[in-house]
Design a protein around this ligand. Structure first.
Ligand code: GDP
Ligand code: GDP
Length: 435
């Protein structure tokens, strides 16, 4: 559950990325050792006083060949559009600059809460440097030091205080999905094709999230929402063409969705960027469907689909669980299979296995294929329990968690898939020592 979004803005070298890294903490990713998964330096998640938040380092959003004033203006606009609270960082060692003043003016116009952090106040005797920043008219400056970890908590206290009061449970009871992929793969054409299907009723209920232009609709008596991935629209393509910003928007859409459709352009085939985007969805633990679009434009015979499927499995090794749909937004071919597939994947991610049934399957597997021994020690699974859904998360209580190796984990995962399906969803398997 995400409670809010914080964006950091400020001139270059004031310490934005240093503070960013402090705030997201060093939580280790579950899928870190898997190929094809990258992370983005400008986007992270943090937690403060039980509140989870998104963090954006706008310093990582760069424009090519633009003057500084334009670059910073875009960064500030993105911060204003995306964040619930903005951390404006200045450099206490350099003192107040005209550029700081220019940024402050942009922020004041926006009516978004701003917390002013004066960075590089590494020790107490520098404390007095913060006072001149009162002149920015942004309230009390907070003394911070990214390198020494000073003032981080004070800043977070002030930022979290601006998060929305109510935890609005967005679109409760509806299946939320988004379409992600490179530009021009056919995402908007596909959304239109889905919405133009018979029986689909687009409701005029407005999206509950600010700035978002999500589309709720009904099909066959079920409620869905297409989560929007587009960001600031007012200046059209300028923002869409900033790759990091598109990635940021995709990641926030992924987070708000139950199921993610990773759209691939059948005409041009798989590109490196497709794998990055799919990696984010995988890492977020969402239901995933690989959608191979523009099938009409693919030259084919009776073997083609099988060959492409094989190729996709090689390219997206870590997505072996994701179903593949071959469709055409242009001719509408098989577009009608997408909603049932989305339902199936959503259901799979919400599947809860009875504890006794789960244990029976895992104990049988352990008996038939015992874990290999390492240094004379053998893993023993005593008991298993499903502790969460979306994604299904299974805890194995074992003699020594270190002994659960990737290959045996994979074996357990495959066993669970054989027994229960789980099509389209990751399964998280954790090991805990039985005390
Ligand atoms: P950004 O361009 O705003 O993201 O700034 P960086 O985080 O990359 O930091 C710019 C430089 O300032 C780096 O050399 C950092 O090591 C240094 N720096 C960051 N925070 C502090 C701080 O609290 N104290 C001091 N003395 N240096 C800092
Ligand atoms: P987006 O940028 O991913 O939203 O892609 P668009 O939906 O704007 O589509 C990009 C281009 O691909 C447009 O010219 C579409 O007409 C074309 N396109 C989309 N879907 C298909 C398809 O299934 N077959 C063919 N041949 N062209 C398509």
């Amino acid at each position: 559950m995400i409670h809010g979004t914080v964006a950091i803005v400020g001139r270059p070298n004031v310490g934005k990325s240093t503070i960013f890294n402090r705030m997201i903490g060093e939580r280790k990713s579950i899928v870190e050792d898997q190929p094809g998964v990258t992370r983005d330096r400008i986007y992270g998640k943090g937690e403060w006083l039980t509140k989870e938040f998104r963090l954006i380092d706008t310093g990582g959003i760069q424009l090519e060949q633009q003057p500084f004033s334009e670059e910073i203006r875009v960064q500030v606009e993105i911060a204003i559009a995306e964040a619930d609270a903005i951390l404006f960082l200045v450099n206490g060692r350099e003192g107040l600059t005209t550029e700081d003043q220019a940024i402050a003016r942009l922020l004041q116009k926006a009516k978004k809460p701003v917390v002013l952090g004066v960075n590089k106040i590494d020790d107490l005797h520098l404390q007095d440097a913060i006072y001149e920043f009162y002149a920015l008219g942004l309230g009390d400056p907070i003394a911070m030091s990214g390198s020494h970890g000073i003032g981080i908590g004070d800043a977070l206290d002030a930022l979290v205080a601006h998060f929305p009061e109510k935890e609005t449970n967005e679109y409760e009871g509806m299946t939320k999905f988004c379409l992600i992929g490179r530009p021009n793969v056919g995402k908007s054409s596909l959304v239109n094709a889905i919405l133009k299907q018979e029986r689909v009723i687009v409701s005029d209920v407005e999206g509950t999230t600010r700035d978002a232009i999500d589309t709720p609709f009904q099909s066959d008596g079920k409620d869905y929402v297409v989560i929007d991935t587009a960001g600031i629209r007012k200046r059209g393509k300028v923002y869409e063409n900033i790759e990091k910003y598109s990635v940021l928007r995709a990641m926030s859409a992924i987070e708000r969705s139950d199921v993610v459709l990773v759209v691939i352009d059948g005409e041009s085939g798989v590109r490196e960027q497709d794998k990055h985007v799919a990696g984010y969805a995988h890492e977020a633990g969402k239901g995933i469907i690989l959608v191979y679009n523009k099938w009409d434009a693919v030259e084919k015979d009776e073997h083609t689909m099988h060959q492409i499927e094989k190729k996709l499995r090689q390219e997206f090794i870590y997505l072996s669980y994701a179903p593949i749909a071959f469709v055409s937004a242009l001719t509408k071919a098989r577009v009608q299979t997408l909603l049932p597939l989305i339902d199936a994947v959503h259901d799979a991610s919400l599947l809860r296995i009875q504890t006794n049934v789960l244990n029976e399957v895992i104990m049988d597997a352990q008996l038939m294929t015992p874990p290999p021994t390492r240094n004379g020690k053998q893993l023993k699974i005593y008991y298993a329990s499903q502790v969460a859904t979306a994604p299904p998360t299974i805890v194995l209580f074992v003699n020594d968690p270190e002994l659960l190796h990737f290959s045996y984990k994979r074996f357990i995962e495959n066993t669970l898939r054989e027994a229960f399906g789980f099509e389209g969803t990751t399964i998280r398997i954790l090991a805990r020592e039985r005390k």
